[in-house]
Design a protein around this ligand. Structure first.
Ligand SMILES: C[S@@+](CC[C@H](N)C(=O)[O-])C[C@H]1O[C@@H](n2cnc3c(N)ncnc32)[C@H](O)[C@@H]1O
Length: 324
C-alpha cells in the first residue's frame, strides 16, 4: 500500500488550546483516501470543527464518554476532531475500503495523545451495516457522504472522487422517494434511515449536505425520517474536484426538466451570507435566502466559471437531526 503524508498542523493550531491531540498533526493517505488540497481551509473540515465544538456544549456532556460513529471516515480527520472536541468513550470509524479504514484508525491513534479513555474500532461497512451487525448503539452518528451516483467510467475508488461520487449499486434496489433521489440525496436518505436503528434514545445524527437544492427539501427529508432538524453551521464550502463534479451536475440539469442546482462564487457568496446573518436571517433559511438574492448560478454556468479559473462554492449545511 502506497502511503502519502499531509501535515494538518496549521488547521489544528487555529482551534486554540488543545489537550487530546499532538502538537503536530500528520495524516497518512492511501490512493483510496479522500483528501483534496484546500479541504482544511475552504472545504468541510472547518465547518465540522465548529459543529463539533457547538455540539459539545449543546449535548451537556452527554457525548463525553459516549459512542460516536463516523460513516465514511476517509482519512478520519473528523475522528481526530471528535476525540479533541467530543471526547467519546468509543469512536467507531467506517468506510468502504479496508485500507481507508485501517489508515483512518491509524491516523487517529498516531495523532491523539492519550486514548486510554477512548476505544477505537474500524469497520469496512456499507453505511450503518457494521453498526447493525455489531449491535452498536450510538449517541452520535456523523456522515459527510457523496451525492452523485455513477454507473459509468468514473472510478469511485479513486480517493478524490469518493468524496463526491458513489457507485449506483449503493442505492439500486433501495426504497428512496423520488423527490430525494431526484435531488441527489439518495445516499444521505439511506444513511438517515439506517441510522435511526443504531441510535440510542436521545441520540442524534450530524449530516453535511451541500444546499445545491432548496433547504426546505432537506428539512423535509429529516422530518420524514423521524428527526428534528436544526442547523449547526451554514457556510460556503468550496467545490473540490470541480471539473468532474460540475460536469456531472450539468449533465443532470440538461437531462432533467425543471431541475437546477445552485452554486456561488466563493468570495462573493461568503460576503453575502455574512450580510444575511447580520440582518438576522436564521440558519434554518439561510441557504434559501441566499438563493433568493439572485447571485447564484446553475451547474452549467458554474462549470464555465470554473474553467475560467474562478473558485466555485455551495452553501454547506451541517445539520443536526435529533431522533424523535
Ligand atoms: C466526502 S468523503 C468524507 C470523508 C470524511 N468523513 C470527511 O468528512 O472528511 C465521503 C466518504 O464516504 C465514503 N463512502 C461512500 N459511500 C459509502 C458507503 N455506502 N458507506 C460508507 N462510506 C461510504 C467514501 O469512501 C468517502 O471516504
Amino acid at each position: 500500500m502506497n502511503l502519502t503524508e499531509v501535515d494538518c498542523t496549521p488547521f489544528f493550531n487555529e482551534m486554540g488550546p488543545r489537550d487530546r491531540t499532538r502538537e503536530r498533526i500528520v495524516l497518512q493517505l492511501t490512493e483510496h483516501t479522500y483528501f483534496p488540497d484546500g479541504e482544511t481551509r475552504t472545504g468541510w473540515l472547518p465547518k465540522v470543527s465548529r459543529a463539533f465544538g457547538a455540539l459539545a456544549s449543546l449535548s451537556n456532556g452527554r457525548l463525553e464518554r459516549g459512542t460516536v460513529c463516523i460513516i465514511g471516515c476517509g482519512p478520519a480527520l473528523d475522528g481526530i476532531l471528535a476525540v479533541e472536541l467530543l471526547r467519546p468513550g468509543h469512536l467507531v470509524l467506517t468506510d468502504l475500503h479496508e485500507d481507508v479504514v485501517a489508515t483512518g484508525k491509524n491516523n487517529v491513534r498516531r495523532n491523539c495523545l492519550d486514548l486510554t479513555a477512548t476505544r477505537i474500532d474500524g469497520y469496512v461497512s456499507d453505511l450503518c451495516e457494521a453498526l447493525l451487525r455489531q449491535q452498536i448503539k450510538a449517541d452520535l452518528i456523523y456522515e459527510n457522504l457523496p451525492n452523485l451516483a455513477t454507473s459509468g467510467d468514473l472510478n469511485v475508488e479513486e480517493g478524490a472522487l469518493s468524496a463526491s461520487f458513489f457507485a449506483i449499486s449503493e442505492v439500486q434496489g433501495k426504497i428512496i422517494p423520488p423527490e430525494y433521489s431526484r435531488h441527489m440525496l439518495g445516499l444521505h436518505y439511506r444513511c438517515l434511515r439506517e441510522a435511526r436503528e443504531c441510535l440510542r434514545p436521545g441520540g442524534e445524527i450530524i449530516s453535511c449536505i451541500g444546499a445545491r437544492i432548496p433547504q426546505s427539501i432537506i428539512i423535509r427529508m429529516f422530518q420524514d425520517l423521524g428527526y428534528k432538524p436544526t442547523f449547526v453551521v451554514v457556510d460556503l464550502v468550496e467545490q473540490f474536484e470541480a471539473e468532474k463534479v460540475l460536469a456531472e451536475y450539468a449533465r443532470v440539469e440538461r437531462e432533467t426538466p425543471d431541475l437546477e442546482f445552485m452554486f456561488y462564487d466563493l468570495a462573493e457568496g461568503r460576503e453575502r451570507l455574512r450580510e444575511l446573518e447580520q440582518r438576522g436571517v436564521g440558519l434554518e433559511r439561510l441557504a434559501d435566502a441566499m438563493a433568493d438574492l439572485g447571485i447564484g448560478f446553475n451547474a452549467q454556468a458554474a462549470a464555465q466559471r470554473h474553467s475560467m479559473g474562478r473558485h466555485v462554492a455551495v452553501v454547506g449545511l451541517v445539520i443536526r437531526g435529533e431522533r424523535s
